[in-house]
Design a protein around this ligand. Structure first.
Ligand code: HPA
Length: 261
């Protein structure tokens, strides 16, 4: 793949459910379908494209993952983090993860974009469990600055210059695929979660293990279970993703060239 793409991306952008539009924004793009990459997990979730796109945003060599694998699809934690490990080995130093999330914090509204400041891992697994590969990183990696304060400051400045509101919050990762019960959401709020979702955390742990700097942005596609009268459905998640598409694309385009240290 390295020779086929002949690129050395420094920044990776992982696009979540319904948030795939940014993949079309790269200059000099080279697309590699996941199906053509040995060992690469393919997303079975509706709303995930399943391709890797190498290209440039301005002068920044960038790689975009349009679609990701989730634990709820039956993939192992090692399979879920295989792509981010490959990208880190290709030279990626900064990773931006996007995802669709349920809003727990009542200050959020549908369609809000939220910078993740920290996470709570409730998925019952950790991609680093098992023998440690010391060539990737340490046995016990620090997670106290998992979501880079430096990158969050940059993201806030870029968003402000675009007139885009970015909120900030703690993301709780659950296994899924069922949405949460209202009691689970009350529990999550009590323990300090602002957002809930089914992705991102394994990849962030694997990225930090390899010293890749992380920025993560959630799109609040729906208010979490029990907050509003209506039920939660995947179509609504995808529709909200589509509604914020333009804003998210503008933000990422302005942000990516500013991220390299
Ligand atoms: N819960 C979990 N994951 C989600 C949600 C939700 O409400 N919305 C989008 N992804």
């Amino acid at each position: 793949m390295e020779s086929r793409a002949a690129r050395s991306p420094r920044v990776a952008v992982v696009l979540g459910s319904g948030l795939g539009a940014f993949a079309e924004e790269l200059d000099d793009a080279i697309e590699v379908p996941y199906a053509e990459i040995p060992g690469w997990p393919r997303s079975t979730a509706v709303g995930h494209a399943g391709k890797l796109v190498f290209g440039r945003i301005g002068t920044t060599e960038t790689v975009v993952m349009a679609g990701r694998a989730h634990l709820y699809e039956g993939y192992t934690p090692a399979q879920v983090v295989f792509p981010i490990r490959v990208l880190a080995r290709l030279g990626v130093r900064v990773a931006i993860f996007t995802n669709a999330a349920g809003g727990i914090n009542l200050a959020y509204g549908q369609g809000a974009l939220v910078l993740i400041s920290d996470h709570i891992n409730l998925q019952g697994s950790n991609p680093l469990a098992g023998p440690n590969d010391d060539t990737l990183g340490p046995r016990f990696p620090d997670m106290s600055d998992a979501y880079s304060a430096r990158l969050r400051t940059t993201a806030r400045a870029v968003a402000e210059s675009l007139g885009t509101r970015l909120q900030e919050g703690v993301y709780a990762a659950l296994l899924g695929p069922s949405y949460e019960t209202p009691a689970e959401i009350r529990c999550l709020r009590t323990i300090g979660a602002d957002l809930v979702g089914m992705s991102t955390v394994p990849e962030v742990i694997a990225a930090r293990h390899m010293s890749v700097e992380v920025l993560a942005i959630s799109c609040v596609t729906n208010m979490a279970s029990g907050i509003l009268k209506q039920k939660i459905c995947h179509e609504e998640v995808l529709q909200t993703g589509a509604a914020v598409r333009g804003t998210l694309v503008r933000l990422l385009k302005a942000l990516v060239p500013r991220l390299e240290a």
